[in-house]
Design a protein around this ligand. Structure first.
Ligand code: 13P
Ligand code: SF4
Length: 353
């Protein structure tokens, strides 16, 4: 049985946040090219040494940030591996280039470390779409349910949960809970929840929120592209709408999609996720493979996200330097919430170890 909890579907929160971001004074752009980028990276490398710091970069961030992480012994990864790597590493300072929940996860798992982000406003529509008070009340209404939340949530929402999962491990964890006949509250991504419910047959009550990047992908656009490239494999992140997931050859987390591009023989890949992934995917697949963006709802000025997360785009080389030089962008999680949130996060890490 699947039910959709539809009390909260407040796109207004997301729109307001993005409108406020657009009005902020422009920060110094870190997406510099050529010499200035080389200088910025050299400065960042020096600061990493001085501060005994390590960089965790998500696959959706700019190529220069992914390069910097690779060159300085950090990691470029999906959200599950970022959590694992940050917890294991013995650096004093962890710089997280990604979105807020990734920085909070690093802090929850490593309270003794200083965790910095280039821009603390880098959030996620799923996190915004699941305010803790409403979510907590929803859970209180269903006390017989196991509460499973996606990693893309605030520390406070995680603290209210029994399990945290990422797209890289959600299926196996829900399969296990379904085998134990547990009834599940799932939040916040309804598309990922719906995909998992169909795969596992679990009894799930779904929160109604979505990723503003992935919900834009269109099944008809992929079908049209397949007519031009009939041999292409379709790689889909499960935050995408059901009709898009149904067309997929591979459904998976960002790292699972990159692995698939390396192992499949298709000459082209149609990719339904943030286009930041193309940097690592092209390296994994080989230069001879053609990577195609899955079509979204619009183009240019008419496109709301155009396969590009507006919050991931707030990360920059200059932001990394500012954080390390000035100690700006410190991620804090209140201790009582941190202790509670660490339990379901650690449960996920132990389950997937
Ligand atoms: P991954 O866990 O696959 O890295 O996804 C995180 C995310 O925010 C996808 O939009
Ligand atoms: Fe959140 Fe979507 Fe951005 Fe991922 S791509 S961080 S789910 S808004």
């Amino acid at each position: 049985m699947t039910q959709v909890h539809d009390q909260i579907r407040d796109r207004g929160i997301v729109r307001q946040h993005l409108a406020r971001l657009a009005q902020r004074p422009q920060k110094t752009q870190g997406n510099a090219n050529g010499e200035s980028q080389t200088l910025l990276k050299a400065k960042a490398r020096e600061l990493f040494r001085e501060r005994n710091a390590v960089l965790l970069a998500h696959f959706y961030t700019a190529p220069e940030l992914q390069e910097l992480a690779d060159e300085t012994g950090g990691c470029v990864a999906d959200s599950l591996e970022m959590a694992r790597f940050g917890a294991r590493h013995d650096a004093d300072t962890v710089v997280v280039c990604g979105v807020r929940f990734m920085g909070e996860t690093a802090k929850i798992l490593s309270p003794e470390k200083t965790v910095l982000m280039p821009d603390l406003e880098a959030t996620c529509s799923l996190d915004l779409g699941c305010p803790v008070d409403e979510f907590s009340a929803f859970c209180d209404d269903h006390p017989d349910h196991t509460v499973v939340v996606y990693a893309n949530t605030s520390a406070a929402v995680k603290a209210r949960s029994d399990w945290v999962v990422t797209s890289g491990c959600a299926l196996e964890i829900i399969e296990e809970l379904a085998a134990r006949d547990e009834k599940i509250i799932w939040a916040p991504d309804r598309f990922l929840g719906s995909y998992i419910q169909k795969q596992t047959g679990a009894d799930m009550l779904l929160w109604d929120s979505a990723c503003i990047v992935h919900e834009e992908f269109k099944a008809q656009g992929i079908l049209d592209l397949k007519k031009v490239y009939p041999e292409a494999a379709v790689l889909v992140h499960p935050e995408s709408p059901d009709a898009v997931v149904e067309l997929a050859d591979i459904v998976g987390s960002t790292s699972q999609l990159i692995k698939a591009s390396a192992s499949l023989n298709n000459p082209q890949f149609i990719v339904a996720t943030d286009r930041g992934i193309f940097y690592k995917m092209q390296q994994a697949a080989g230069v001879e493979k053609l990577l195609l963006e899955a079509p979204t709802a619009g183009q240019g000025a008419t496109c709301r996200s155009c396969a590009s997360c507006p919050w991931m785009a707030l990360n920059s080389l200059q932001g990394v330097i500012d954080a390390l030089e000035n100690g700006s962008g410190v991620v804090e999680v209140p201790e009582d919430i941190r202790v509670q949130a660490a339990k379901p996060l650690q449960r996920m890490l132990d389950f997937t170890a």
